[in-house]
Design a protein around this ligand. Structure first.
Ligand code: FPP
Ligand code: MG
Length: 190
């Protein structure tokens, strides 16, 4: 690929990521200034936006995807990820997330858990707009993610190979959502 072609591609990806960023902020809006602030806290603290990036990159393969659906899919993945981080920081008693004070440190465990739930509800609402296949993908992914987290919390069972347990934990709690982020083609969602 020539330099100018690669620069054009970078511009295209950056433009889509900018649309996604705007929508993420909008989706984290709530009925009260407090929930809006708390729900935006970890989103605006930064993050790599790896899952949205994967959605954008995969959208370049196969049939064209319209921007509205692309943005929605990317937002669903990032909101689910961020929601899980609110919960994870409670479980890990973490004091920092993305370089900022964690939500649990700022507002306590109960608020952090409920803000995670709030963001997850917004992801659920957005995924409904994408149709049943996407809802199923999201639900199956979430089921794996949570089971991965439970398996990590409980540790390997007696006689289980600790490395195999660890690899399954990371595949389920982290890999599942990353894998879902690249499954933007309709035929792969089932
Ligand atoms: C980071 O792990 C956390 C995850 C990959 C997901 C954890 C999932 C849950 C807590 C369930 C979420 C439930 C709802 C309802 C949204 P880590 O602690 O290994 O990584 P870290 O260093 O980034 O904290
Ligand atoms: Mg953690």
């Amino acid at each position: 690929m020539s330099y100018s072609a690669s620069s054009e591609f970078t511009d295209l990806v950056s433009a889509k990521l900018a649309l996604i960023e705007d929508e993420l902020g909008r989706q984290a809006g709530a009925d009260t200034p407090f929930v809006t602030e708390a729900a935006n806290h970890i989103i605006s603290a930064g993050g790599k936006r790896f899952r949205p990036l994967l959605v954008v990159l995969c959208s370049q393969f196969g049939d064209a995807v319209n921007d509205a659906d692309l943005v929605r899919a990317a937002v669903v993945m990032e909101l689910t990820h961020v929601a899980s981080l609110y919960h994870d920081d409670v479980m890990d008693e973490a004091s920092r997330r993305r370089g900022a004070p964690s939500a649990n440190l700022r507002w306590g465990n109960s608020v952090a858990i409920m803000v995670g739930d709030y963001l997850f509800s917004k992801a659920s609402l957005a995924v409904a707009e994408l149709g049943v296949d996407f809802v199923k993908l999201q639900a199956r992914t979430f089921s794996r993610l949570v089971q991965g987290q439970i398996a990590e919390t409980r540790g390997p069972s007696q006689g289980q190979d600790p490395l195999a347990h660890y690899l399954k934990v990371v595949a389920d709690k982290t890999g599942s959502l990353i894998a879902a982020s690249r499954r933007s083609r309709s035929e792969e969602r089932r």
